[in-house]
Ligand binder design. Structure first.
Ligand SMILES: Nc1ncnc2c1ncn2[C@@H]1O[C@H](COP(=O)(O)OP(=O)(O)OP(=O)(O)O)[C@@H](O)[C@H]1O
Ligand SMILES: [Mg+2]
Length: 263
């Protein structure tokens, strides 16, 4: 596979948010990552695409420290995080949402936000009243931005899927991350809800200088909301370019979108 990229000669080191170099990861005979080399500048919005099992979630899991690569290194703003614990990486400003939202269904929306806040910060000081007032104010501001304020006192178990997904992302923002990883933010959301939902996410993040990597299958959403596409196939990156150019390559059409028949 012959890959050219407009991003290949990227950017001076000081503007880089993330650099993955020579990443390899196998699960037994399955190659989940191979020769992954990517440099992502601060503030970029990057979509990760690829068919089932291509290695998208594995890539996200290695950035968060949940999985360790077999070889290669990952740097966050020049700091080598390859061997750090997920907790240490979270403290450095990496947050994520999951393919299936990780919420507390019996708690209210605001209480879910406060639990997330407590998890990010110093948990002892959180329960002191001044810190708690501050945390509640910040949580409410995030709920406003994510258009979730009307659900503030509702139990999460009663809420529709799209609202839960938004809440999961709002919760991941409580620690003011520099790098936000969203694994299929619109999966399980109906076709009519997808665009309003992505709009709500991107509008909420609009004022933040946060770098966003999101796994997505919907090509319209990819074209509209990302600056850059990383296309995975069989653990490799087969295209790394603007959405327009990446989606037009033969490899992506053959192995990802299925718009070119496989030989
Ligand atoms: N913990 C694990 N143990 C064993 N195999 C795994 C593990 N995690 C991932 N894999 C395998 O690694 C490959 C890449 O999986 P990954 O979850 O990264 O794919 P994906 O691109 O996120 O796919 P999907 O679109 O289905 O979410 C798959 O073959 C998967 O079965
Ligand atoms: Mg996945």
């Amino acid at each position: 596979m012959n890959m050219r990229s407009s991003f290949a000669a990227d950017n001076a080191a000081q503007t880089l948010m993330l650099r993955a170099s020579g990443i390899e990861k196998c699960f037994g005979a399955v190659v989940a990552a191979s020769a992954i080399n990517v440099a992502i500048p601060r503030g970029q919005r990057v979509s990760l695409i690829g068919s089932n099992g291509a290695g998208k979630t594995t890539f996200v899991n290695m950035i968060t420290g949940y999985l360790k690569p077999d070889a290669g290194s990952i740097e966050l703003e020049g700091v080598d995080i390859t061997q750090m614990s997920p907790r240490a990486i979270t403290r450095l400003g990496v947050a994520r949402s999951f393919q299936i939202p990780q919420l507390f269904p019996e708690l209210t929306v605001i209480d879910n936000m406060l639990v997330a806040t407590a998890c990010h910060g110093n948990q002892l000081s959180f329960w002191q009243s001044a810190h708690r007032r501050d945390a509640v104010a910040r949580a409410d501001a995030l709920l406003q931005r994510f258009k979730l304020a009307e659900y503030r006192q509702r139990r999460v178990a009663e809420l529709p899927g799209g609202v839960r997904k938004l809440l999961d992302i709002a919760m991941s923002m409580t620690g003011n991350p520099k790098l936000l990883l969203l694994d299929e933010p619109t999966s399980g959301v109906s076709a009519e809800e997808k665009f309003p939902m992505m709009d709500a996410i991107m509008t909420a993040l609009g004022r933040e200088p946060v770098t966003v990597l999101f796994v997505e299958h919907d090509m319209d959403i990819i074209e509209r909301y990302s600056d850059r596409v990383l296309a995975f196939y069989s653990g490799r990156i087969i295209a790394d370019d603007t959405p327009q150019l990446a989606l037009a390559t033969d490899d992506v059409r053959r192995y990802v979108t299925g718009t070119l028949r496989q030989e």
